[in-house]
Design a protein around this ligand. Sequence first.
Ligand code: COA
Length: 109
Amino acid sequence: MADVRRKQAMQPGMFFVAEDRDHVVGTVMAGYDGHRGWIHYLAVSDDHRGTGVGRALVEEAESALRALGCPKVQLQVRPDNSNVIGLYEHLGYAPYEAINMGKRLVVDD
Ligand SMILES: CC(C)(COP(=O)(O)OP(=O)(O)OC[C@H]1O[C@@H](n2cnc3c(N)ncnc32)[C@H](O)[C@@H]1OP(=O)(O)O)[C@@H](O)C(=O)NCCC(=O)NCCS
């Protein structure tokens, strides 16, 4: 929840949910740092997968990033998540070599 709270404080219009009869059935979070756009936390509920919700969420995030002038969107996927890798490749994403590095600045409870 801390991640959602932080997102609501920073570019809140870039946090998208898909709804079906008032129930959230999918989410995606996007952000633009002035250089690259990022997509995080794409997820669709089990009973709505395979119906186009994931594509709609990614395309909504892309179009919001494009509207901000973002030239390239990137994302991180765990190497063993072949399902989502397949989806992103299908939607035009290609892998590129890089080493991800991170440093935690705030330790969540
Ligand atoms: C990955 C996930 C979001 C896909 O959502 P979804 O709603 O089932 O995807 P869609 O039905 O919108 O599929 C979009 C397109 O991708 C294609 N696709 C989906 N999975 C694919 C795969 N593994 N390989 C190739 N194409 C794939 C679909 O056929 C569809 O094609 P079309 O639009 O041209 O007909 C969903 O399975 C999920 O929530 N997974 C668990 C969470 C997760 O791992 N998130 C990623 C965190 S990085």
